[in-house]
Structure formats: C-alpha cells, structure tokens
Write a protein that binds this ligand. Structure first.
Ligand code: G1P
Length: 297
C-alpha cells in the first residue's frame, strides 16, 4: 500500500467533563495554552507532518470549533486598518483552505474507536493519521512528522508511545512488547486500560496514530471493550491477531496530558516559559512564588 499520509482524523466529540463548568459552553479543544487553542497545536503538528486533509469528528455543542476555523474578514480588515501586521500574520496562519476540513458528527458517545470509525467513508483506501488534541507534544520535529518518517520504513500500523509509571498504566492503552529496535517497538499485543498490576509493560499509547483502512474494517467485528466503549486500541490489537504489524514509536519530545487539570497547567507554564516575550517576567514570578512558599514552610 502507498505510504503517503495526507489525511488526519481529530476526534473532538468528548464532553470535557473534567473541565466543567468551563466546558459547559466552551469546547475543551478551544481552551487555550497561553493564547492558542489546544486544537491549533494539533493542527500545526499535522501540517508540519504533511497532512492536507483534516477530518473533525465532533458532537453537539462544538460549533465554536467550526467558527474558529472559519475566516474572520472583519477582524482581518480591522487589524489591517490599524497596521497590526504581526497580529494579522498570526491570524492568517490559522486560516484553513476551503475544502480541506470536513466535520462529521458522532451522534452517540460510544468511545474513541467509534468516533474514528465514523470517518471511515472519508478515508478511502490510504493510510491516515489520528491526533488526540488532549495530548500536546512539544518537540523540535513534530511528533507526527517523526512517526510519518519512521512509517515510511516500517509500514503496518503505528502508535506513539512513552514510558509511564506502573501506577498510571491503567489510564492508557498499553503495549505488549515483542522486540525493540531504537525508537521502534514491535508489539505482540495491546490492551486498553489494563487493571492495576496486569499491564504487559509500562509503554503507554499516546494520542498519535498512523493507521491503515484495515483497522477501520476491524470495527465490523470487535465489540465493546474497556469501560463499555468501542475502543481504538482493540481495533489496532485486532491487526496483531490477524498477523499484521503494529509498532510503537518512542517519540522525541515532551508530552503534556491536557485532558487533566494538572497536565493542562504544566503545559501552560512550559509554553509560557518558551515565549520570548513572556519568559523573564513569568520566570521571575514563578521564582518568587516558590521562594515565598519555601519561606512559609
Ligand atoms: C485514549 C486511548 C488510550 C490512550 C490515551 C492517550 O484514552 O483510548 O489508549 O492511551 O487516549 O492519551 P483516553 O485518554 O481518551 O481515556
């Protein structure tokens, strides 16, 4: 099969309950790290990896996402009139060409696997990426780009992976490792959210995938899995059962779990410190907070 990866699916149908009450009216993916919505980081990563077609699997209450990707002609005109060229540039960089984004709705919250399978008709017969915007990955070369390059060599199905503590494995998809070769891990099994103490390894699946249409066909036969949901992990594991290759890719980069409040705050601090215009003032503030806390102890 052709190994060019030009389509990506962004599952954005989740309710974001961990961020209530904010997510009552603001989709989680629009919440901002410094000044960019989570979804913008995901789009930028995909673009850097050569993705040309963006498929959003949404749900009720997510129309703010569609608005975000629309043009903002009044805003652009106002910025142009007032000569704010830098802001104009930032704004224009978020523009997406007409026809490059497709939105489709997952009508029932049946799980991540189900959300991905909703895009089946738009994928056709070529490999595709899946990006979970909750997982924000800061990296010199974008995580998905690293994977796309590795995939040119390996083929098969590929998931991003990283080591987590034994206490955390039950929150993730986890790889059962056959062999390892540098950053590439060959999997002989995959299990979604294993019960404490039963994980086959400490290598967790992180929200970047390169998959084949065959994985989508597997949804015809797999049932509900962990948590009573239709799991993407199970459809990928079915590839292994059918004798096809599944790889983990140990990416180079720092991943933030922006699906949790602590992870979101950590990402906010890290991304603020990475900004030239904020670094000094913000670092001084953090140092002061730290010193005050230590003095109080
Ligand atoms: C999802 C996947 C899981 C993966 C995780 C990465 O879980 O089902 O396999 O390890 O994303 O963030 P969720 O975080 O949606 O529960």
């Amino acid at each position: 099969m052709n190994r060019k990866v030009s389509k990506a699916i962004f599952p954005v149908a989740g309710l974001g309950t961990r961020f209530l009450p904010a997510t009552k009216s603001v989709p989680k993916e629009i919440m901002t790290l410094v000044d960019r919505p989570l979804i913008q980081y995901a789009i930028d990563e995909a673009r850097a990896a050569g993705i040309e077609d963006f498929i959003f699997v949404t749900s009720r209450g997510k129309s703010a996402l569609e608005d975000y990707f629309d043009l903002a002609p009044d805003l652009e005109a106002a910025l142009e009139r007032s000569g704010k060229t830098e802001l104009l540039e930032i704004l224009r960089n978020t523009n997406m060409d007409s026809g490059t984004i497709a939105y489709l709705r997952q009508h029932k919250a049946l799980g991540l696997g189900h959300a991905v399978s909703c895009a089946r008709k738009l994928i056709g017969d070529e490999p595709f990426a899946v990006i979970l915007p909750d997982d924000v990955i800061a990296a010199e070369k974008s995580c998905l780009q690293q994977m796309v390059e590795a995939y040119q060599e390996t083929g098969g199905a590929m998931v991003a992976t990283m080591e987590v503590s034994s206490a955390q494995t039950s929150s993730y998809g986890v790889l059962d490792v056959a062999t390892e070769n540098g950053r590439i891990v060959s999997a002989k099994g995959m299990v979604e959210k294993p019960a404490q103490g039963t994980a086959p390894s400490n290598l967790a699946v992180i929200g970047r995938y390169i998959l084949t249409p065959q994985v989508l066909s597997n949804f015809d036969t797999i049932g509900r899995g962990a948590g009573g949901e239709i799991q993407l992990t199970d459809a990928i594991a079915a590839e292994i059962d059918a004798g096809r290759d599944v790889f983990g890719y140990r990416f180079d980069g720092q991943r933030y779990d922006c699906g949790s409040k602590a992870g979101f705050l950590q990402a906010t601090v890290a991304f603020a410190l990475a900004r030239d215009e904020l670094r000094d003032e913000f670092a001084a503030f953090l140092n002061e907070m730290h010193a005050t806390k230590q003095a109080a102890q």
